[in-house]
Design a binder for this molecule. Structure first.
Ligand code: ZN
Length: 237
């Protein structure tokens, strides 16, 4: 059963109540959720589901289910399992998620400083990376750091927009990430717009204003294969 994916419209929701719709070996499904499931290089959320009697079910990971818009909340092995129909209070590990949101949005900004096809990417709570199809000599850590931080300092508000599959097909230049094609078939695709900086399909969670990123530092640049160059960043503060 599809869940209402509240993180899509408000990435800042830290706690809500939701009802259990299914419990099976792969996880717990709820009628709505603020837990982001692993996807697009962003890890699944962790946190807790609180039962009416106060018992805590630790959520160690969140994954997409097989059907569209289904979300599996994966409980710690020793945690109890709720009953279908039970109302739970959800709480995400906000400190971890907010770090992911800041780093995720920082990658959008950095992808506009390094002008090259993106071949991959990954985000963790303490660092994030993008892989580019580019010559090593074209990458300068000091320049990438400085120019990314100059863009972040513009402090613009981010915006979510939706376009149809057909509109996206007509604008292939929007898709920078060759390895991760935006999900199709649902009829519409979500875009993240950072006005004057970036516009690309993305289903992840982002900060409202890029000033929240603060600043980034480039941790390292290295070769990952013949044409692949990996740029790894962290938050400076
Ligand atoms: Zn994104």
């Amino acid at each position: 059963m599809p869940a209402e994916l509240l993180f899509r419209t408000d990435a800042y929701l830290k706690s809500i109540r939701a009802r259990v719709v299914a419990v099976h070996e792969r996880g717990i499904e709820l009628d709505r959720t603020i837990f982001y499931p692993l996807g697009g290089g962003q890890p699944g959320d962790t946190g807790v589901l609180l039962r009416p009697d106060g018992e805590r079910i630790e959520v160690v990971d969140t994954r997409k289910g097989d059907a569209p818009d289904t979300v599996l909340h994966i409980p710690a092995p020793a945690a109890s399992r709720p009953e279908v129909g039970e109302e739970l209070t959800l709480g995400i590990d906000w400190q971890r998620r907010y770090a992911l949101m800041r780093l995720h949005t920082a990658l959008h900004v950095m992808s506009c400083v390094v002008v090259a096809p993106v071949t991959g990417g990954n985000i963790s709570p303490d660092k994030a990376r993008l892989d580019f199809d580019i010559e090593m000599s074209a990458l300068d850590a000091g320049r990438i750091e400085r120019e990314t931080n100059e863009l972040i300092a513009r402090g613009v508000e981010t915006a979510t927009e939706w376009i149809t599959d057909e509109e996206l097909d007509a604008r292939p230049e929007l898709v920078k990430t060759m390895s991760v094609q935006p999900p199709r078939g649902a009829g519409r695709v979500r875009l993240l717009r950072i006005p004057g900086i970036d516009l690309q399909p993305c289903g992840g969670t982002h900060v409202r204003n890029i000033a929240e990123i603060g600043a980034i530092r480039v941790l390292k640049i290295r070769s990952e294969g013949r044409r692949n160059r990996r740029v790894e960043i962290a938050l400076a503060t």
